[in-house]
Design a protein around this ligand. Structure first.
Ligand SMILES: [Zn+2]
Length: 406
């Protein structure tokens, strides 16, 4: 008797749709998405940021959608992760729902989608027209370790006197890399770093704008009298696996600046900063963050700023005044310090990098964090880059005044 299977197989094949099957890919640096549903017929994909156990907020998402036909209208819905990320804490939806999703058809250039709309069940829904068979979608313009590598290589090629270095190997065995620009013996010493919170990709975007400015002809004068250490990504492990990082277990990088840090890269940064300060004096420390949806661009300053006197007060105030004239595009920096008052104890404040540097610096040292909001279409690769260039100009003008003068 003839087997009926060939006929069944043939019928099955005819029933297949003619277009390729839609597939969600996350198997790459920074990739993260948990598929909640994927409807081929309506081309509707719903995702939520996947939990990375013990690795902080589930807010970052970044995936590729494969099998598209140019012209398709895709609906992307993003909802909050439903499971707790730490003890009983479930992260609020707003953290993973930017007004615009960020889209790329070549993996290099990123543009914002049209504004999303909220569904009845509190997902954010974005409509996107397919412009390639495979497209990338992300919470914001991504910046992953390979971007850091490309940036460091670019700067090193431009400035042969610059020196690349490995700050540390992470617990996951990955390299945390940086670059030093300027002579070790330079009269001024500066440290700039980003991504102690892995999901805050805009911090590294600002960092890229900053270091490109610092390597430019415009910065020649400041380069001659400054030794800069720059780290594009601190929490490389969490960035690499697409984790949020913030509120990791037992603590995140920006709560790890204790006597005994958990993370090798934090311990190494402490050692280097101590060494710089002991031998040459540290002038400026800047930590780059990208935390709040509707936040403006602002600096967190030192607690007790109002009570400061002398050189310290003058330097923090000069920094702010110079920043206000230099950081103007695409948004003006808030011309007054804000204070991270949500951190309530001195013990916890001392474990934040900015607080640790204040405790370990000198009378002329200033230590600030630059915080950029993310929920604006102008917070693009270019927009963050402009803020970074403005930060560079602030530094140039500040060093030019000699912050160590009496
Ligand atoms: Zn942060």
């Amino acid at each position: 008797m003839k087997s009926p299977f060939p006929l069944l197989l043939l019928l099955g094949a005819l029933a297949l749709p003619l277009h390729a099957e839609l597939r969600v890919l996350t198997d790459f640096e920074g990739g993260n998405a948990e598929v909640v549903k994927l409807d081929e017929a309506t081309k509707t994909l719903r995702i939520m940021p996947a939990i990375r156990e013990g690795r902080g907020w589930p807010c970052w998402w970044f995936f590729k959608l494969d099998g598209l036909t140019v012209g398709d209208e895709v609906t992307l819905e993003v909802q909050a992760q439903t499971k707790p990320f730490r003890e009983a804490n479930v992260l609020a939806a707003a953290w993973c729902q930017p007004k615009q999703a960020w889209i790329s058809s070549d993996g290099k250039t990123w543009t914002p989608s049209d504004a999303g709309t909220r569904t009845e069940d509190k997902a954010m829904s974005y409509k996107v027209k397919a412009t390639a068979a495979q497209m990338s979608f992300a919470w914001g313009p991504p910046f992953v370790p390979s971007d850091a590598e490309a940036l460091l290589a670019e700067i090193a090629a431009k400035l042969p006197e610059a020196k690349r270095f490995e700050l540390a190997k992470t617990k996951g065995g990955r390299s945390v890399n940086g670059i030093r620009i300027g002579k070790v013996t330079a009269p001024h010493q500066v440290w700039v770093g980003a991504r102690q919170h892995a999901w805050e990709a805009g911090g590294s975007q600002v960092g890229r704008g900053f270091i490109r400015w610092f390597a430019s002809d415009e910065a020649k004068a400041v380069r001659e009298k400054t030794c800069l250490h720059f780290i594009p990504i601190m929490d490389v492990d969490n960035v690499a696996v697409g984790a949020g990082g913030k509120e990791s277990i037992p603590r995140d990088h920006n709560r790890d600046w204790a006597a005994e840090p958990i993370y090798p890269e934090v311990a190494a940064a402490q050692r280097m900063i101590r060494e710089i300060h002991t031998t040459r004096g540290l002038d400026v420390f800047i930590d780059l963050h990208n935390p709040g949806a509707t936040d403006p661009v602002y600096f967190y300053g030192p607690f007790g700023f109002e009570r400061m006197t002398g050189m310290q007060q003058r330097n923090y105030q000069r920094w702010m005044d110079l920043a206000a004239t230099s950081i103007t595009e695409p948004l003006k920096v808030v011309p007054k310090y804000r204070f991270a008052t949500y951190v309530t104890t001195d013990e916890e404040r001392g474990r934040m990098s900015s607080g640790w540097v204040r405790q370990n610096g000198g009378p002329f040292t200033i230590s600030v964090t630059l915080e950029t909001g993310w929920n604006y279409p102008v917070m693009s690769v270019e927009g963050y880059g402009q803020i970074g260039a403005g930060l560079g100009r602030t530094l140039g003008a500040y060093i030019d005044e000699n912050p160590r003068r009496e």
